[in-house]
Design a protein around this ligand. Sequence first.
Ligand SMILES: CC(C)(COP(=O)(O)OP(=O)(O)OC[C@H]1O[C@@H](n2cnc3c(N)ncnc32)[C@H](O)[C@@H]1OP(=O)(O)O)[C@@H](O)C(=O)NCCC(=O)NCCS
Length: 339
Amino acid sequence: MTPIHAYIAGTGAYVPPRIVTNQDLIDAGIDTTDAWIRSRTGIEARRFAADGEGPSDMAVPAVRDAVESAGLQIEDIDFIIFATLSPEHAFPGSGCYLQAKLGLPGIPALDVRNQCSGFLYALGCARGLVSSGMARNVVVVGAEKHSAAMDFSTEGRAISCLFGDGAGAVVVRGSEDPRRGIRSLRLGADGRFADALAQKVWDTRNSPFIPTDADGRGIVEKDMLWARMDGKRVFRSAVETMIGSVVSTCRENEIEVAELDLLVCHQANLRINEYVRDQLGMPPEKVPSNIEKYANTTAATIPILLAELERDGRLKPGMNVALVAFGSGFTWGCAFAVW
Ligand SMILES: CC(C)(COP(=O)(O)OP(=O)(O)OC[C@H]1O[C@@H](n2cnc3c(N)ncnc32)[C@H](O)[C@@H]1OP(=O)(O)O)[C@@H](O)C(=O)NCCC(=O)NCCS
């Protein structure tokens, strides 16, 4: 049987229209400065979704955009993989809500919970499904609504200044043409650092999983309600792991780092990506960013950036493209594709 090569056939993105600048956060009462946020992270603004708008709502236009750019119809999609750390509810997953909103009853809908590496973990699943023949047209979407789950008091500023809302999607298809496609995809995790970046809003080790008051109402203490992060630890591990992953991926594909046309990094912090870029000896134009506009949209950053790059002509067929991400878990991933 001729091998099936999985490739990214289309890209799409959606960000909500409400722009929230660093000054808007200050005006909302957070003790911070535009200079602090810009100098540490590169972030100038982010988008916040409307009340009542969830990740699966934002995913709909992103998926429609990706399906159209792949030259397909929504009915051609036969598998949904939804990467998010901010699903609407504890269960069911956002993939099921998205499937209903797209009007595709019956097709499988899988949620992936791997935070900032979620898109690459989901892409790995899609690649396996397509190349094994289990699915033909897989939509991989990353979508997050962080704005509903951040502490906008000064106490929460180390996190609330970093994240934004949005959705990005790709369509993964199979081809017998070996010249293009996702050539390799490495994933990793180190659960020893699971608590370095975590949100433990409930704890099923205890019963009930959220403490209740005398009237049976759930009470969530502040240290459980909001995410906590050891920022310096995350920063250090992110740069080391991202650099190592890109070097190993190039070696595995028998190319030099200099032969990469684009390195599309997860957008967590401009300083992380600049450090990675400099250590790899890559010029700025090969390591694009959009964190300035959107902040960290977790599972959505890479597909949003891919869609932007493809629309403005910086991402073209035949290019050598590496995708790399690192995040909570710790988890990470690196893919290499000939576009
Ligand atoms: C979050 C991060 C920008 C913080 O930068 P940092 O230089 O490490 O800053 P620290 O956390 O040590 O905090 C330094 C000081 O700034 C303060 N601070 C934190 N957030 C602030 C903000 N938004 N505005 C102003 N001051 C802030 C802290 O309270 C601390 O004050 P103190 O010294 O009086 O205690 C940086 O650690 C980082 O980017 N880490 C990686 C984060 C990441 O990528 N997360 C997503 C993972 S995918």
